[in-house]
Write a protein that binds this ligand. Structure first.
Ligand SMILES: C[S@@+](CC[C@H](N)C(=O)[O-])C[C@H]1O[C@@H](n2cnc3c(N)ncnc32)[C@H](O)[C@@H]1O
Ligand code: SF4
Length: 401
């Protein structure tokens, strides 16, 4: 790891002991390229022009996998996630090479979930069989909207018909698949969302991700919003849309297991659960984040974001990591709350104690319980209620105090 970039623990307390992350270990692979930049997106995604040496890039991924493998030997990988950017722009042979490199470095569990994020164009759907042959067993498609006008406004390069076709192709090739929609969009009404969601639920097989549009700084949408040119639903309408989403998905047997993710029991994304349950994961590729415990100390890692600079760093150092922060007790506790309170299963106060070295403030917890934002489950876990979910950030901040 890049020791020159190491930032040491910020407080003077001793570092937290290793808490296993319940034996969860995943690998995140970030593919940072997209065909076009969507105006709402602040993910690490880039449109490259001109010739591109994909095989050379894949070599860099191999090198970085070897680097993280040497830091974290002997692990069993329970999930792999190709995220982006647009990993479905990759040739299936590149996906296979990266999966081979992961299998060469760690033991990949025979039942490991291997997901690839795909954009639903016809060109990309033609590659699905190749991805399955390479070892991918789950795809997550960025459909975003089932209505033509908003889809175009979101800057998507696919049509509604193409997206529906791609969902059908994915469902016929993979046992497990999911797709994403964005709601609470400019000008969207509650009844329009109700119709669109009903159609989406009919299309979904076991998993669906439903995100409220967030206006992210640095995006084109942010500029438009600042200039008053993007009329967003107000807080009440957004909350109504959120509750409608919870009710309709639960009614269809795909309740939320996380604030924006809905699944039939057993169809939850194992990789994303690793994040939310505060397990461990290696982050490979430009701008990828990781959480790994080395010699009993939890590290937060991140790599260089700019793809070609990352590749250059990898060729110089064998990895593109530019951040390696050692997390303090307090930081671990806070991260566990931020991640775990997104889950319907909630957080375990015992695990919080192990990670943070202290108890949750009982007064804060009781107060949040008394106003109905938080509840205690029979297994002792604490979770945010339906009423508390729309104000999740505030609930987390109160509990973390
Ligand atoms: C970063 S994309 C990567 C997958 C793929 N490139 C795509 O666009 O479908 C992952 C998902 O994040 C969601 N997303 C990205 N930016 C968002 C925003 N500003 N608000 C809500 N959801 C967003 C979209 O639903 C998208 O499918
Ligand atoms: S939303 Fe997906 S396709 Fe659009 S820019 Fe972001 S990563 Fe790329």
């Amino acid at each position: 790891m890049n020791s020159s970039a190491t930032i040491l623990a910020k407080d003077a307390r001793p570092l937290a002991p290793q808490v296993s992350g319940e034996g969860l270990f995943g690998v995140y692979v970030h593919w940072p390229f997209c065909a076009a930049k969507c105006p709402y997106c602040d993910f690490n995604s880039h449109v490259h022009r001109g010739p591109f040496d994909e095989a050379g890039f894949v070599d860099a991924y191999r090198a970085e996998i070897a680097h993280f493998g040497s830091l974290k030997p002997g692990e069993t990988v329970r999930s792999i996630f190709f995220g982006g950017g647009t990993p479905s722009l990759m040739d299936p042979s590149s996906v296979e090479a990266i999966l081979d490199a992961i299998a060469g470095q760690w033991t990949v569990h025979p039942d490991a979930e291997i997901t690839l994020e795909a954009n639903p164009t016809s060109v990309e759907a033609n590659r699905f069989r190749g991805y399955r042959a390479a070892g991918v067993n789950r795809v997550s498609l960025g459909v975003q909207s089932l209505r033509a006008e908003p889809l175009a406004a979101l800057g998507r390069v696919h049509t509604v018909e193409e997206a529906k076709l791609a969902v059908g192709i994915a469902q016929s090739i993979f046992d497990r698949s999911s797709f994403d929609l964005i709601y609470a969009r400019p000008h969207q009404t509650l009844s329009e969302w109700e119709d669109e969601l009903a159609e989406a639920i009919n299309m979904a097989v076991g998993h669906i991700s439903l995100y409220q549009l967030t206006i992210e700084q640095g995006t084109r949408y942010f500029d438009l919003y600042q200039k008053g040119k993007l009329i967003m639903p107000d807080g009440d309408l957004s909350a109504d849309m959120f509750h409608l989403t919870q009710d309709m998905t639960a009614g269809a047997g795909m309740p939320a297991y996380e604030i924006s993710n809905h699944a039939r029991p057993g169809e939850e994304s194992q990789h994303n659960l690793t994040y939310w349950r505060y397990g461990e994961y290696a982050g490979i590729g430009p701008g990828a984040h990781g959480r790994i415990t080395i010699d009993g100390v939890r590290h937060a890692t991140a790599t260089e974001k700019m793809p070609f600079k990352w590749a250059e760093l990898v060729s110089q150092n064998g990895h593109g990591a530019t951040v390696d922060d050692i997390l303090t007790w307090e930081e671990q506790g806070d991260e566990y709350l931020v991640m775990g309170l997104r889950l319907r299963e909630g957080i375990s106060p015992d695990r919080y104690r192990k990670l943070s070295g202290r108890d949750l403030d009982p007064k804060q917890a009781e107060e949040l319980i008394s106003i109905g934002f938080v509840e205690r489950l029979s297994n002792g876990n604490i979770r945010v209620t339906d009423q508390g979910w729309p104000v999740l950030d505030a609930v987390v901040a109160d509990l973390a105090m």
